[in-house]
Design a protein around this ligand. Structure first.
Ligand SMILES: NC(=O)c1ccc[n+]([C@@H]2O[C@H](COP(=O)([O-])OP(=O)(O)OC[C@H]3O[C@@H](n4cnc5c(N)ncnc54)[C@H](O)[C@@H]3O)[C@@H](O)[C@H]2O)c1
Length: 337
């Protein structure tokens, strides 16, 4: 049985705690041993604030776990096989490297980092210690986006023509998200999911052009729209991070020579070029986070190549996001990669 730790019990960390407890209830061969947060209040019974599935109004029995206020102390005292790092983005590299340097496998939340040097350090540290690092680019594990990826791989709808990927609405409460150097704003925090999906599905583009708007002073671009330059594909994304008064919306439309795949408020649908609805469904109905954590546990337990989400690809996602930010800084100028 693998022994697991969880660092960071904010909005997302509490969501992960719920998910890990569900995985254990469903029979995953892990024991959640230790929790860590630098803020003692994090161990109080505060409700999770994310409006994502399965994450509302969670109260926890923290007495089941060894609780720490310092990651160094947790790593010193506990024998762990894997640690889930869910701290603010500007701390990802530091905390993940502490875990990796102890010879412990690390699943770290997205975005991988704010700079390429942070990302490279994480990859090098994992290699040096011969342990696994995976970044929580959770759309790669979502049932709908995985069904779309399978259509790309199988070629059943022919060659891709292009696509539009979007998300919007749900700005978080904490200030660090709106600091360009700490959270990177909506471009780095929320839009990063679609950036990752673009390179996962279509490969790295040759260049990007992004227009963005800073809504909160000091932030990275809270709202942005990007065109990705490929030889023969029209791919674009948009992100809005202004208010969460009307909730969170996201989706895509991906066109192929032989059909179209859509995810919107009506759900996931695929059509052939005669407008006939195809019998293609999401590959599972679990949350993306559930599937992601399960995948990482299985990878640590069984070994083998990470064919879905290697950290080098997460670093490419940061490279793309930085290019988008540079383009937005210059009012949509083309930035080559
Ligand atoms: N995959 C997703 O869909 C998704 C969704 C939301 C957030 N996230 C990511 O999760 C991360 C955390 O986001 P959040 O909303 O939970 O933030 P948050 O600010 O609500 O929580 C962060 C927690 O980490 C603790 N912390 C800070 N530094 C620490 C350290 N060195 N050691 C231990 N604990 C520390 C804080 O006290 C806080 O409780 C971010 O990188 C964010 O981008 C991912």
């Amino acid at each position: 049985m693998l022994r697991m730790g969880l660092v960071g019990l904010g909005s997302m960390g509490r969501g992960h705690l719920t998910t890990i407890e569900q995985l254990i209830a469903d029979g995953a061969d892990i024991k959640l041993v230790a929790l860590c947060d630098i803020d003692p209040k994090a161990f109080g019974s505060v409700e999770a604030t994310l409006n994502l599935e399965g994450m509302e109004k969670a109260d926890y029995d923290f007495s089941k776990y060894n609780c720490y206020l310092s990651v160094d102390e947790m790593l010193e005292k506990e024998e762990l096989d894997l640690v889930n790092v869910v701290v603010p983005t500007y701390e990802h590299s530091t905390v993940a490297c502490k875990v990796l340097n102890k010879g412990i496998n690390c699943l770290c939340e997205k975005p991988m980092g704010i700079s390429l040097s942070q990302c490279q350090l994480m990859i090098d540290t994992a290699k040096k210690n011969n342990v696994r690092l995976m970044i929580g680019q959770c759309l790669r594990f979502d049932g709908t986006y995985t069904a779309l990826k399978n259509i790309f791989e199988s070629g059943e709808l022919g060659a891709p023509i292009g696509g539009h990927f979007y998300r919007g609405g749900s700005a978080p409460a904490k200030e660090w998200f709106f600091c360009r150097e700490k959270g990177g704003g909506g471009l780095f925090d929320q839009h990063i999911h679609d950036v990752d999906m673009v390179q996962y599905l279509y490969g790295m583009p040759k260049a990007v052009s992004t227009v963005g708007r800073v809504v909160r002073p000091g932030s990275g671009y809270d709202t942005c729209a990007t065109n990705y330059v490929y030889d023969n594909l029209c791919v674009h994304t948009s992100n809005i991070w202004v208010s969460n008064e009307i909730g969170f919306s996201w989706g895509f439309r991906a066109d192929f020579e032989e059909g179209t795949v859509i995810l919107d408020h009506n759900g996931f649908r695929a059509f052939n070029k005669n407008n006939e609805k195809l019998d293609i469904k999401p590959v599972h109905d679990k949350s993306a986070h559930y599937a992601e954590i399960k995948y990482f546990i299985d990878l640590v337990a069984n070994g083998g190549e990470d064919k879905i989400n290697p950290p080098e690809e997460s670093m490419n996602t940061i490279k793309l996001a930085l290019a988008e930010m540079a383009s937005a800084d210059n009012k949509g100028a083309i930035v080559t990669l």
